[in-house]
Design a protein around this ligand. Structure first.
Ligand code: ASP
Length: 310
């Protein structure tokens, strides 16, 4: 296949049972934020930034936006605190970094990148990750920085019922949405993926989902594709989602869209969530088996689209 794209990018802001009856005002707010973030990422790639820099900077923007379940606006765990997870992967050499259960790092994806670049390790957790962050001059915030009333009210409801839920499981009027992710192919032909999340509402203290697990929620390899997932993390871990997409392309010779659809229809449990991906040719795709997924994609050929439902 010819490399027809100079660059491509795809983003997601979470998947779940998003009802079509969402108030117009809320819908507009999400669409506006997604467009703004996608445009930002597209411009970075146009200005010759690497895929790796682009996915980090795009996810930083998501983390700073209270509408999404990452950084500011993250969901609460069963103890009423925010515990954040993030991972980044560079398709050039499969180097990667991840952090989990951090509670005071403003931009967890940037800490994941520092773990990748400045440590011999891949995954650091909790206090250890924060100690490492301090040594590297990362920006710290109080845990209360992540507070949003919507998320807190959502947690109180879940706590009362004693259930754990995807932040997308209730309607937009009482819950903001989604784990965030970005995948990109840059003008040099390199791929990268980044995912960041607060996890699931009312999750057990210390629970870790798919996002920071390389090969599950986040994966990138120049040989095939870059992938970022969102939905019930346990299912993406069970199916090793990111690496599964890589394998379907590599060994089954599927194209990116076939691989994603095969995965969400045949492998993933129904109503679990979705994924976004770009491949080495710059083709971009998404697939989900939940009601909706906040997402967008753009490329050098002028394609630019943001959507919530099919
Ligand atoms: N996958 C995330 C987790 O399980 C949640 C999400 O995507 O909303 O932690």
């Amino acid at each position: 296949m010819d490399k027809k794209f100079k660059y491509s990018i795809a983003i997601h802001g979470g998947a779940g049972a998003i009802p079509k009856t969402v108030p117009e005002k809320d819908k507009k707010e999400y669409i506006y934020a997604l467009k703004d973030i996608l445009q930002y990422g597209k411009e970075l790639l146009e200005k010759r930034h690497t895929a790796l820099d682009t996915v980090e900077l795009v996810v930083n923007k998501f983390e700073d936006c209270p509408l999404f379940n990452a950084g500011k606006g993250a969901v609460f765990n069963s103890e009423g605190r925010n515990e954040l997870n993030a991972a980044i992967m560079d398709g050039r050499d499969r180097s990667c970094g991840a952090v989990t259960c951090v509670t005071r790092i403003k931009n967890p994806i940037s800490l994941a990148r520092i773990v990748m670049e400045k440590s011999p390790h891949i995954l650091l957790c909790g206090d250890g990750a924060e100690k490492f962050a301090k040594q590297h001059g990362m920006k710290f915030v109080r845990n209360s920085y992540f507070f949003t009333q919507k998320r807190y009210d959502q947690w109180l409801k879940m706590k009362e019922k004693d259930i754990t839920a995807l932040d997308h499981s209730s309607d937009l009027t009482n819950s903001a949405k989604g784990t965030v992710g970005c995948v990109a192919r840059d003008i040099y032909g390199d791929l990268a993926a980044a995912t960041s999340t607060g996890g699931m509402t009312n999750k057990k203290y210390g629970r870790i989902g798919d996002t920071p697990i390389i090969g599950s929620g986040t994966y990138a390899d120049n040989e095939t594709c870059a992938v970022s997932c969102t939905g019930t993390g346990e299912e993406f871990m069970r199916t090793v989602a990111g690496h599964e997409i890589h394998s379907l392309i590599k060994y089954k010779k599927m194209n990116i869209k076939e691989a994603l659809d095969h995965f969400t229809v045949k492998i993933l449990k129904p109503d679990t969530g979705g994924l976004i991906a770009v491949d080495k040719y710059g083709d971009h795709a998404y697939s989900f088996n939940s009601k909706g997924m906040y997402r967008g994609s753009a490329d050098s050929e002028g394609f630019f689209e943001v959507r919530i439902w099919e």
